[in-house]
Design a protein around this ligand. Structure first.
Ligand code: NAD
Length: 272
């Protein structure tokens, strides 16, 4: 079975349109300098927000902005009642203290789920924080296709703060037994072979091959790799599609859902 991101996103957008109707909801996006990769992501968010009737407040700053100046800008957005969500486009220039800047976002407007408070709430499973959008896209896909998470043996490959770790926490909270693997993991294949679900988020084209999974596995590909202008996932999709139980494609899988969930979190922030 192909786990189609377009179908997952359709239902979410239909519900969002109803929630947005008649309300003025605004997401602030803070952008530092010019960055082509962030420009395309922001373009995607803006296109979706237009379809849904959500306003975008683009806050552009100079490449040479200081940490203090950025925090000042974010504080202005924190106290601005017309702003419901704040997102900072990554990567930030190396001269900026990324941790300090992210943590200056009021967690009530942290619709990207990246502050330490949001992460802490996720790990503690308090239920009142925003979940980061890519991990949330993984959860929404699993739920849309009625895949029972409780009791599953899940292997997550990748342990980054924005993808791997939050995915592991979300699924642990839902009752899965999660093994987090990374570049220092021994015998990775032995772990993935025995897993009911394998989620790959490392950024290496076609890393997960046919011999690494079993026939009943659900495979979720978070990877985005652009090689010679073409998009590839972390999973060798063509060779796994006829072997495993279910699989997400790239493109058309997890990446398709992410920006809609950023806007969903913004709407939820407004409704709260
Ligand atoms: P990252 O570079 O921060 O982390 C990569 C992780 O992969 C690390 O934990 C590292 O230990 C692990 N890793 C690297 N090589 C490995 C190997 N050979 N074996 C096992 N583990 C290995 O990356 P990230 O920000 O977490 O992103 C991961 C991938 O997900 C990238 O391709 C990125 O483009 C993609 N991504 C997709 C979306 C989306 O919306 N679909 C959003 C964010 C990131």
């Amino acid at each position: 079975m192909i786990l189609d991101g377009k179908l997952v996103v359709k239902g979410i957008r239909e519900k969002l349109k109803k929630d947005v109707l008649g309300n003025k909801i605004t997401l602030a996006i803070v952008v530092v300098g010019e960055n082509s990769s962030s420009a395309s992501y922001i373009k995607g968010v803006m296109k979706t927000s237009e379809k849904l009737g959500i306003n975008i407040k683009l806050v552009k700053t100079d490449e040479n902005v200081s940490t203090e100046e950025m925090i000042e800008k974010i504080n202005e957005l924190n106290i601005d009642d017309s702003v419901n969500g704040i997102m900072i486009q990554m990567p930030l220039p190396k001269t900026i203290d990324q941790v300090k800047v992210i943590n200056s976002i009021d967690y009530l407007k942290d619709v990207d789920g990246l502050t330490d408070i949001s992460m802490g709430k996720l790990v503690k499973n308090t239920g009142d924080g925003f979940l980061p959008c890519t991990p949330l896209a993984v959860l929404k896909t699993i739920e849309y296709y009625d895949i029972e998470i409780e009791g599953m043996d899940v292997v997550v490959i990748g342990r980054s703060n924005i993808v791997g770790k939050p995915i592991a926490s979300i699924l642990t909270n839902k009752g899965a037994t999660v093994t987090v693997c990374h570049s220092k993991t021994k015998d990775l294949k032995e772990k993935t072979k025995n897993a009911d679900m394998v989620i790959v988020a490392i950024g290496r084209k076609h890393f997960l091959t046919e011999d690494m999974v079993n026939e009943d596995a659900v495979v979720i590909d978070v990877g985005i790799n652009v090689v010679d202008g073409k998009l590839y996932g972390d999973v060798d999709y063509d060779n796994l599609i006829n072997k495993v139980k279910a699989i997400t494609p790239v493109p058309g899988g997890i990446g398709t859902i992410t920006n809609t969930l950023l806007l969903k979190n913004t709407v939820d922030s407004y409704l709260k």
